[in-house]
Design a protein around this ligand. Structure first.
Ligand SMILES: *[C@@H]1O[C@H](CO)[C@@H](O)[C@H](O)[C@H]1NC(C)=O
Ligand SMILES: *[C@@H]1O[C@H](CO)[C@@H](O)[C@H](O)[C@H]1NC(C)=O
Length: 420
C-alpha cells in the first residue's frame, strides 16, 4: 500500500519536477541591477510562477495516477501474471543479506537484524517497535516485504510445505517469525526459511489475553525489520493455497488490511461486550472476527503502540469474552473502519458445526478437495478487493493435521502452484 508504489512515485516525481525551474524567473543579480526592466518583467514573472505551479500540478496528477493504478490491479491479474513472470529460485542461504556491503547509508541502516532472537523484555520490544517515520515516502528504493508470523505451540509439521512455498519467492520479499511455547527450540536446517527465525516467547493460552499478547509480540518482532510492510498471522495448521507471487501481490497491492470484523447481535457476539469498555468502546461498536489477521505496517504500529484500548480489554474482556476474537476487529472498526476489509484471507471450515472448525486429515486431501478450495465460486466464495468484486478471497486455509503433509507435498505443484 505504501511501500513499492510510494517509493517508485517519489523517484519518478523527483526526476519529472526538475525541468520546471528552467521557466523560473531570471537570476536575482540581473533584477537588482536593472530596476526598470524589473517592472516590465513583473507580469512575466507572475506568468512564470503560475506556469511553474501549473506544471507542478500536472506532474503531481500524473504521479498520482500511476500511484493509484498500481494497487488497483485486479485479483485475476495478480493470479495470471505472477506465477509465469517469476521463476522459482533456489533458496539462498538465509544469512546472506540482500545487498550486503552495498547500498546507501540509509539502506544499510534499514537492514533487518541478523537473527530473530534478542534479549529485550516485552516492554522494551513494544517500545522499540512503535517507532515510525513521519515522512511517508522512503528516500531509498524499498521493496516491501511480507512478514509471515507463525503462532504455534511446538513443532511446525507443515514446514516442509511452507519451505516449498517460500522457495517460489525471492528471499528479499518475505521474512519469517516463529512464536512457540517457551522452552521449545525449533531445529531447522540452514536452507529452511524457518532457520533461526524463532522469537523470544511467553506462554500463550487459547482464549486468554496471553494469546493476544503473543500476537502483539509477534507483530513487534516483525516491525523491527523496516522492510516489512504486510504482516500475516498464521498457525501451524495453515497452508498456502497459491504460489508465493500470487500471495505477495495480493497482499502488497491491497489498499486494505485483512481483518475479519462483523457485528453479531447474539450471545457469542454483543453478548460478550463488557460495560467496563465504555466510553472507549460502545456496545454498538463491538465486533467479532477470526484471530488470523493480516495488517499493513501503519496499522501494525498502531496495534503495538495501543495504550488506550488494550489495557481496558486486558482488564475487562475475560472469558467468555475472548480478546483474540474481539480486540482487533473492534478497535480497528472504531479507529480505522475504512482501512480494513472486514474479512480474513484465511479459510476455515465451520460447516461441521460445534465450537471448533473442522480439522482435515490425510484422507481429506485429494485433488477434488484442493480444487474446491482454490477455484473461484466454490469455497473461495465472493468478496471485494480494493473495492472491486473479486473471486479470490482466501490465500490460506486451515486446519490441516500433520498427516496431510505427504499428500499436500505431492499435490501442491499441480493444484496449488508451488513446489514443482
Ligand atoms: C543475550 O544475553 C546473553 C547473556 O545475558 C548473551 O550471551 C547473548 O549474546 C545475548 N544475545 C543477544 C542477541 O543479545
Ligand atoms: C467494514 O465495516 C465498517 C463498519 O464497521 C465499514 O465502515 C466499512 O466500510 C467496511 N469496509 C468494507 C471494505 O466493507
Amino acid at each position: 500500500m505504501l511501500g513499492g508504489a510510494a517509493a517508485a512515485d517519489a523517484n519518478g516525481k523527483d526526476g519529472a519536477i526538475s525541468p520546471a525551474p528552467t521557466r523560473a524567473p531570471p537570476p536575482t543579480a540581473n533584477r537588482a541591477a536593472l530596476p526598470l526592466k524589473l517592472k516590465l518583467l513583473r507580469p512575466l514573472l507572475l506568468l512564470a510562477v503560475l506556469a511553474t505551479g501549473f506544471l507542478a500540478a500536472v506532474v503531481l496528477l500524473l504521479g498520482g495516477s500511476t500511484y493509484s493504478v498500481l494497487p488497483r490491479l485486479s485479483v485475476p491479474d495478480a493470479l495470471s501474471s505472477a506465477p509465469s513472470s517469476r521463476q522459482p529460485r533456489p533458496h539462498p542461504q538465509p544469512q546472506a543479506c540482500a545487498g550486503d556491503g552495498g547500498g546507501s547509508p540509509l539502506e544499510r541502516r534499514a537492514r533487518p537484524p541478523a537473527g530473530a532472537w534478542h534479549n529485550m523484555t516485552d516492554e522494551e520490544l513494544l517500545w522499540a517497535a512503535s517507532w515510525q517515520p513521519r515522512i511517508g515516502r522512503y528516500p531509498y528504493r524499498r521493496v516491501p516485504k511480507v512478514a509471515f508470523m507463525f503462532l504455534t505451540r511446538g513443532p511446525l509439521p507443515l514446514a516442509p510445505l511452507w519451505d516449498k512455498f517460500f522457495a517460489g519467492g525471492d528471499r528479499a520479499l518475505y521474512s519469517v517469525y516463529v512464536h512457540a511455547t517457551p522452552g521449545y527450540r525449533a531445529d531447522f536446517p540452514p536452507a529452511s526459511a524457518f532457520y533461526r527465525r524463532q522469537v523470544p516467547s511467553q506462554v500463550a493460552e487459547w482464549g486468554q489475553t496471553s494469546m493476544c499478547d503473543a500476537e502483539r509480540r509477534l507483530l513487534a518482532n516483525a516491525l523491527l525489520d523496516p522492510g516489512n510492510e504486510r504482516f500475516v498471522l498464521v498457525s501451524e495448521t495453515c497452508v498456502p493455497l497459491y504460489g508465493f507471487p500470487v500471495v505477495y501481490h495480493y497482499l502488497t497491492r491491497s489498499r486494505q488490511s485483512f481483518v475479519g470484523a462483523f457485528d453479531d447481535p447474539g450471545p457469542h457476539g454483543r453478548g460478550r461486550y463488557r460495560a467496563g469498555l465504555a466510553p472507549e468502546v460502545r456496545p454498538e461498536q463491538w465486533r467479532k472476527g477470526a484471530q488470523w489477521f493480516e495488517l499493513d505496517r501503519a496499522l501494525a504500529v498502531d496495534v503495538v503502540a495501543d495504550d488506550r484500548y488494550y489495557p481496558k480489554f486486558r482488564e475487562h474482556c475475560r472469558p467468555p469474552c475472548y480478546v483474540d476474537e474481539h480486540y482487533l476487529p473492534t478497535v480497528l472498526s472504531v479507529e480505522a473502519p475504512g482501512r480494513i476489509a472486514n474479512r480474513s484471507v484465511t479459510w476455515v471450515d465451520w460447516s461441521r458445526g460445534g465450537a471448533h472448525p473442522a480439522t482435515f486429515g490425510e484422507a481429506d486431501v485429494g485433488e477434488a478437495f484442493l480444487k474446491r478450495l482454490t477455484t473461484p465460486g466454490k469455497e473461495q466464495g465472493t468478496c471485494t478487493y480494493n473495492g472491486q468484486p473479486a473471486d479470490v478471497c482466501f490465500l490460506f486455509a486451515r486446519k490441516f493435521a500433520p498427516s496431510t503433509l505427504k499428500p499436500l507435498l505431492a499435490l501442491a505443484p499441480k493444484m496449488l502452484g508451488y513446489g514443482g
